[in-house]
Design a protein around this ligand. Structure first.
Ligand SMILES: NC(=O)c1ccc[n+]([C@@H]2O[C@H](COP(=O)([O-])OP(=O)(O)OC[C@H]3O[C@@H](n4cnc5c(N)ncnc54)[C@H](OP(=O)(O)O)[C@@H]3O)[C@@H](O)[C@H]2O)c1
Length: 256
């Protein structure tokens, strides 16, 4: 089986790194020549990666084709390619609805949209995709946790959550800054906060959030106190506002 990538930018590099570090990889991977530096770097690092002469050569060589170019140029690039009926195409392109990408990739049998994270390089993180497809799910499971969305609006809703990476980082920075301002040294504050976040992430992976909150919130304890104050100050509502705003953008007509 050969996997092809049209567009060798950040997300392709992350996915190829993840796929090539997964056990038992027996696929060949073909990447497009742009970006030239990334393509050469991947081919040098991984024996099963080759750089194609052009985008059409990627499609011609592949059973599964990932589309990983930027939204403003996607229609023009993809529309100029010829696909085969037995191919599966996985579009990572934001803002372009499935029906549009499906029309552009006719007669390919399958068109799935997916949103991996850069953490795919470490084979970590959720990968929302739509519509459900067992073969695609098995492939994506090698570099993360695939989550099938029931419809395209739900897919956009899950994709919107990926906009919370920077807010999350800012939140951690806020906690660390607060500790430092109170006299905890930079190194100790950073060490503590990082270990704390790691522990919260592992616990959240293993418990539903309501149960995690319930277990931590001893009546009259400091977790109950902190959550009450945040709720009273409306401290959680802005997250919904931010997500609503990102979601609205996902659903606005895309640049052509
Ligand atoms: N980054 C993420 O975390 C992420 C996650 C999920 C989905 N996505 C989606 O994946 C797509 C790519 O994102 P990205 O972050 O990887 O962007 P990126 O780093 O800008 O990569 C896009 C690549 O496309 C190449 N390109 C430009 N014109 C091309 C052409 N005619 N033929 C082939 N390749 C061409 C560019 O090459 P040059 O450098 O030579 O211009 C660039 O390396 C976007 O649609 C984005 O919405 C990204």
């Amino acid at each position: 089986m050969t996997l092809g990538f049209v567009g060798t930018g950040h997300i392709t590099v992350a996915m190829v790194e993840g796929l090539c570090s997964a056990p038992l990889l027996d696929e060949r991977i073909v990447v497009s020549p742009r970006n030239a530096t990334n393509a050469a770097m991947l081919a040098k690092r991984f024996a099963n990666v080759a750089v194609a002469a052009d985008n059409q050569s990627v499609v011609d060589a592949s059973d599964i084709v990932f589309l990983a170019v930027r939204p403003p140029v996607a229609s023009k690039i993809v529309g100029g390619l010829r696909f085969r009926p037995e191919q599966t195409v996985i579009s990572l392109v934001a803002l372009h609805p499935r029906e549009e990408m499906r029309a552009l990739t006719q007669p390919a049998a399958v068109l799935v949209r997916a949103v991996p994270l850069p953490s795919a390089a470490r084979r970590l993180g959720p990968i929302a995709y739509f519509p459900r497809n067992d073969d695609v799910e098995a492939l994506l499971a090698r570099i993360g946790t695939p989550v099938a969305a029931p419809d395209e609006a739900a897919f956009h809703r899950l994709w919107s959550l990926t906009g919370l990476i920077s807010p999350f980082a800012a939140l951690i920075e806020e906690w660390q800054g607060w500790a430092e301002a109170g006299g905890v040294g930079h190194e100790a504050a950073e060490q503590y906060v990082r270990a704390f976040i790691h522990c919260l992430a592992v616990m959240a992976q293993n418990l539903p959030p309501a149960e995690l909150a319930r277990r931590a919130a001893t009546p009259g304890g400091i977790n109950e106190q902190a959550l009450r104050i945040l709720r009273e100050a409306g401290g959680l509502a802005p997250f919904r506002q931010a997500l609503d705003s990102v979601f609205a953008r996902m659903n606005t007509p895309k640049p052509r």
